[in-house]
Write a new protein. Structure first.
Length: 258
């Protein structure tokens, strides 16, 4: 049976690559983002290249009602969501007290609140059908506090914790929750988050490789997936044993512009 994946942040970067990878396997997609033009371009590409069905939903996930609107649209269209990929998210650089609070509130809405709402809305049907997969895109930032990106790092820590908790709750069902924690990725995230000039992005992974890594891990029902072995070793076997002040100093230097 053809599976339908709903992908947020699908207009570019990792989200668009998730859509391409899923469509290449013969799956239908529901593409969600703010840019109707980019979504329609991707829809045309996927339908032409892979002969799948692609549905476009234009939504701003910073809108507190966006999750309910997206859910209502798929329900009214009779589209069953078999895979939910919560990919949308954004960051922002600078000291917390110097940043605009409205920007960080919007970040929390997109990165956490709307993600939770979409998960709640679609997870109920998956549990009833005893079938489904959910992918949350977090970051290796989830494993440490993030001076100069304090709110962004905190939102990704939330996503990491949330995904693992519901994965445990879903044991005994055929529904899984996987969290992808990539390192730096070469996407529009850098310009959107005012992160130009930070050397960490000099060797960023391609969005194609990250999407494939995450999708394959989700298919296997993995709990947590980091796209690079070196980063996985650091996150699991080095950082937890380092003094907290050392971690904070390293984390800040990682985000400093030079």
């Amino acid at each position: 049976m053809t599976e339908t994946a709903l992908i947020t942040g699908a207009s570019g970067g990792i989200g668009a690559e998730f859509a391409r990878y899923h469509a290449a396997k013969g799956g239908n997609v529901v593409l969600v983002a703010r840019s109707e033009t980019k979504l329609n371009e991707l829809k045309a590409e996927l339908e032409r290249k892979y002969q799948v069905s692609a549905t476009v939903i234009v939504a701003d996930l910073a809108d507190p009602d966006s999750a309910e609107k997206i859910f209502s649209e798929t329900e009214e269209s009779g589209i069953q969501i078999d895979i939910l990929i919560n990919n949308a998210g954004f960051g922002g650089h600078g000291k917390f007290h110097e940043r605009k609070l409205a920007n960080d509130r919007a970040m929390m809405q997109v990165n956490m609140v709307t993600l939770v709402s979409l998960t709640h809305l679609y997870l109920q049907g998956m549990v009833e059908r005893n079938s489904g997969k959910i992918m949350h895109v977090a970051s290796t930032a989830a494993f440490v506090p993030g001076p100069l990106q304090a709110v962004y790092y905190a939102t990704k820590s939330f996503v990491l914790s949330f995904s693992q908790a519901i994965a445990q709750e879903l044991k005994g069902t055929n529904v899984t929750s996987t969290v992808l924690c990539p390192g730096t990725v070469a996407t529009g995230f850098v310009s959107a988050g005012d992160l130009e000039g930070i050397k960490a992005w000099d060797n960023a992974a391609s969005p194609e490789s990250v999407a494939k890594c995450g999708y394959d891990a989700m298919t296997k029902g993995a709990l947590v997936k980091i796209n690079e072995k070196g980063l996985s070793f650091m996150a699991n076997w080095v950082i937890p044993f380092m003094p907290r002040k050392t971690v904070l100093n390293i984390s800040q230097k990682f985000m400093e512009k030079g």
